[in-house]
Design a protein around this ligand. Structure first.
Ligand code: AMP
Ligand code: GLY
Length: 417
């Protein structure tokens, strides 16, 4: 099978790495890709938001499966355009991707499906904003209704800041604050059958100790030794299956990757948000642990035959990924800096540790930074402590001027805290 992956971050590198190891995959393409993905897939330039262009490329390549990585193309209907060209797509329709594209839509689906989530108000006027802020009190949680590439959510004790963010959006969801640890649980679905993956935890803040600004994610690990062993079953029953059933009932079935961002609160598990695609950087650790070849699972989801897929097989290993970000990330990341040490990791640390590229490109013989998150250094080990040690050993070999990374990814969990 020929597979085309759309996107060009570390998530797509992780997807391409797994697909490249799958004997069912005869040719692998990625558009637009990045310098690291170029080592496992053939890159093609494309405007990932242009459905007709992606469909034409998939047709030209003879792709038997298109995997759409990021949310923006899904919300823009790229999946629909490729499906209309008769090619199976892993990724939801634009309508179903509204589960991520609109926080208000997601809340409506959750209410209809009885899925536990924070109580919320959808507000469009300053009066409604004030009433909602007062109803919940601090800490305030204010979410831009639309896609905002990780910048749409403000959580703050400062009422004026919460109000200012709300008034800067056309439509906002203001909701109750949820405390407790966060878990990301992904499920693959064809719109009927739902297959959960292993849970992971993401580190959203830029600095050690969960300080500093929110980011796209600075690291992740899996499994979660502290989590209730029944968590996956519980979330399947209370969240994932009811959500998939509700979208099918509405005539907009969701196929692809359903990502539940969860808070484990003292009053039970609550959904913080849904995403309509694999999470980044959690995908890097989840796929590092998956033994089952990926292509047939994704194709069965795309074709509506996921019930025929045998149970997924997981490694006993733990996985940790540490993101190396550029100077001044997330505010105004500097790009164009040369990256050194990649060959040393490949020579000394593989196969247990490897570097997945996020924002990189090739400039002559050099690989240079091309985004805020630059690399996602991933390692597996017999437990989290070992996986962590291997990941940080590889991180130490990478030289990128002005770069930053967190030093405490998975530290608490590895110590049993
Ligand atoms: P999102 O863009 O929806 O992933 O939100 C970004 C981050 O904001 C989440 O990972 C949480 O850390 C935080 N957040 C979102 N909603 C809430 C909430 N209701 N209570 C507490 N924190 C939240
Ligand atoms: N890890 C957060 C996200 O992918 O949205």
């Amino acid at each position: 099978m020929k597979v085309l992956v759309i996107g060009g971050g570390a998530r797509e590198h992780a997807l391409c790495r797994s697909l490249s190891l799958d004997p069912d995959v005869s040719a692998l393409y990625c558009a637009p890709g990045n310098a690291g993905i170029a080592e496992v897939a053939e890159l093609r330039p494309v405007d990932a938001l242009d459905g007709d262009a992606v469909a034409a490329l998939a047709t030209e390549l003879g792709a038997g499966l298109v995997v759409v990585g990021p949310e923006a193309p899904l919300v823009a209907g790229v999946g629909d355009a490729v499906r209309a060209a008769g090619i199976p797509v892993f990724g939801p329709s634009a309508e179903a991707a509204q589960l991520e594209g609109s926080k208000a839509f997601a809340k409506d689906v959750m209410a209809a499906a009885g899925v536990p989530t924070a109580r919320s108000y959808v507000c469009t006027t300053p009066e409604e904003v004030d009433a909602a802020l007062d109803a919940f009190g601090a800490p305030y949680v204010v979410k831009d209704d639309g896609l905002a590439a990780g910048k749409g959510v403000v959580v703050t004790e400062d009422r004026a800041a919460a109000r200012a963010h709300a008034l800067g959006c056309d439509r906002v969801v203001i909701e109750e604050y949820l405390d407790g640890p966060e878990v990301s649980l992904f499920a693959i679905t064809d719109g009927v059958t739902v297959v959960p993956l292993q849970p992971a935890q993401d580190f959203k803040r830029a600095l050690d100790g969960d300080e500093g600004p929110n980011t796209g994610g600075m690291g992740a690990y899996s499994p979660l030794p502290w989590a209730d062993p029944k968590l996956v079953d519980e979330v399947m029953e209370l969240v994932l299956q009811p959500t998939v059933d509700e979208l099918r009932r509405r005539g907009t079935p969701f196929s692809g990757l359903l990502y539940a961002g969860l808070a484990i609160t003292s009053r039970g598990t609550r959904v913080i948000e849904f995403n309509a695609r694999f999470g980044d950087p959690e995908t890097q650790v989840v796929l590092a642990r998956l033994r089952t070849p990926l292509a047939s699972v994704l194709l069965n989801a795309a074709n509506g035959t996921l019930d025929a897929e045998p149970a997924l097989v997981w490694r006993e290993d733990a996985a940790v990924t540490v993101v190396i970000a550029s100077h001044n990330y997330p505010e105004t990341p500097r790009t164009g800096d040369p990256i050194e040490g990649l060959a040393e990791v490949a020579a000394e640390d593989a196969p247990d540790a490897y570097v997945l590229h996020a924002g990189t490109r090739r400039e002559g013989d050099a690989v240079v930074s091309a985004g805020g998150r630059v690399l996602s250094v991933t390692a597996t080990g017999s437990d989290l402590a070992q996986a962590r040690a291997k990941a940080y050993k590889a991180v130490a070999r990478i030289r990128l001027d002005g770069s930053q990374h967190r030093t405490d990814i998975a530290a608490k969990a590895a110590e049993g805290r």
